[in-house]
Ligand binder design. Structure first.
Ligand SMILES: NC(=O)c1ccc[n+]([C@@H]2O[C@H](COP(=O)([O-])OP(=O)(O)OC[C@H]3O[C@@H](n4cnc5c(N)ncnc54)[C@H](O)[C@@H]3O)[C@@H](O)[C@H]2O)c1
Ligand SMILES: O=C(O)C(=O)C[C@]1(C(=O)O)C=C[C@@H](O)C=C1
Length: 375
């Protein structure tokens, strides 16, 4: 495999920085790492994301005798990303500097301000490219990192009129090398889009899950997939999300006004569920949700496709999932999606394997013949 770039420096070795390091190292890139948190940096190194960039006693980056990074990737929290980007543009005068923060207007403004204050030149700023991989997890830190995190995920690249074409090309090449699909758009359009497709879902999940704080354990034991599906990201890091939501507040609040209107209408309807028109109102709400949900693209950004699900009962013991998947592989059926479901109080799990509908019967027969219980 040819490395997309020979040497990169990743500043910030949490979930995203470490995942990028793992992915790039697997493709032959030399990865240098720096994080002000010694433990985040040590874990990232230990799991193979790269080697430490030298720092002085105060933790400030110093000259490395090895090859200089061609690309610096800033994977720090949004609040400090602008400042680390500007520092990187100054410190590495030949490097492309890209960030991956979840908001883009604020970072671009920080870079523009550094130019107007004279901290960096306009030529320096031309080496900066804002980007945002649309892949992540509800967990933070390098322990949660995965080299394959970006496979088939969208990765937004947000050049502005001052960005050098070579810098855009480097950032896009790197994103594609990690398996992502590149989308190019302006920072404003990006922030408006993610307000709806990323920030509103986080708020909705947090609002739903926050209702559960006082719920008796007996009620929670009944939870099925509905609750799990709508609350996974409610486990996200508050420190990160306070920075994301406050940086994009003007875009988000416009959407929340609309949600408030819909909620008020629904409350009015539910207060009088038997009044004329109430049932129609409720049906309309669900139907409008159906219409929105059906527009979400599926795997690889392709139009959504209804997959067939084959559910296999597995013991809750190590090695069971791998054994099922080995048999799926032998049956020659491609897995489109996979999820594991546990029933409270039982030592078994249900492995849901999504396949294209035409392969459902074939896979069911093949797994049954190999002794699996398909339910
Ligand atoms: N978590 C996600 O799902 C996700 C997805 C896409 C993009 N992002 C963006 O990626 C960035 C990192 O998020 P994460 O989830 O990896 O967070 P994280 O908390 O796992 O990691 C952030 C790391 O940055 C380090 N850091 C703090 N200040 C720093 C500085 N001045 N210089 C260098 N490093 C510094 C922290 O010590 C920490 O190790 C954020 O800007 C976030 O918006 C996150
Ligand atoms: O899937 C998750 O857990 C995420 O947090 C991913 C997700 C998102 O899709 O909204 C969250 C925030 C990031 O900026 C990018 C991706």
């Amino acid at each position: 495999m040819t490395a997309p770039v020979s040497t990169v420096l990743i500043r910030g070795t949490g979930l995203l920085g470490t995942s990028i390091g793992l992915g790039l190292r697997a493709r032959g890139t030399t990865v240098l790492l720096h994080d002000p948190s010694p433990s985040a940096q040590a874990v990232a190194q230990d799991i193979g994301a790269g080697r430490a960039y030298p720092v002085d006693a105060a933790g400030v980056l110093i000259h490395d005798d090895g090859p200089s990074p061609e690309v610096v990737i800033v994977a720090a929290p949004p609040d400090v990303t602008g400042q680390v980007v500007v520092d990187s543009l100054r410190r590495f005068p030949a490097a492309v500097v890209m960030d991956i923060a979840s908001v883009k207007v604020q970072i671009a403004a920080d870079v523009a301000e550094a130019v107007s204050e004279g901290t960096i030149t306009a030529q320096d700023a031309a080496r900066y490219v804002g980007t945002h991989p649309m892949a992540g997890r509800e967990r933070s830190g390098p322990v949660a990192a995965r080299g394959a995190l970006f496979t088939a995920a969208p990765w937004v690249v947000c050049p502005n009129e001052h960005t050098a074409p070579e810098a855009v090309e480097s950032a896009e090449q790197l994103a594609r090398a990690l398996g992502a699909t590149v989308y190019r758009m302006g920072a404003e359009e990006h922030d408006a889009s993610v307000a709806l497709i990323s920030h509103l879902p986080q708020i909705a999940a947090s609002l739903v899950a926050s209702r559960l704080q006082e719920t008796p354990a007996g009620s929670l034991a009944l939870a099925g997939n509905g609750l799990r599906d709508t609350t996974r990201i409610a486990a996200s890091d508050p420190q990160l999300w306070v920075q994301i939501l406050s940086a994009n507040a003007p875009q988000i609040v416009e959407i929340l006004y609309g949600v408030r209107e819909d909620l008020n209408r629904l409350i009015g309807t539910m207060e009088q569920p038997t009044a004329p028109g109430s049932r129609l109102d409720i049906a309309q709400l669900i139907a409008e949700g159906n219409a929105g949900q059906a527009r979400i693209p599926g795997k690889h950004g392709a139009p959504p496709q209804a997959f067939a699900v084959v559910t296999v009962l597995v013991d809750d013991t190590p090695g069971q999932i791998a054994a099922v998947l080995a048999d799926v592989g032998e049956a020659g059926v491609n897995v489109e999606d996979l999820r594991m479901d546990h029933s409270a109080g039982y030592e078994v799990g249900m492995l849901e394997i999504s396949v294209v509908p035409g392969h459902k019967q074939e896979l069911t027969d093949a797994l049954t013949a190999r002794g699996w219980k398909v339910v």
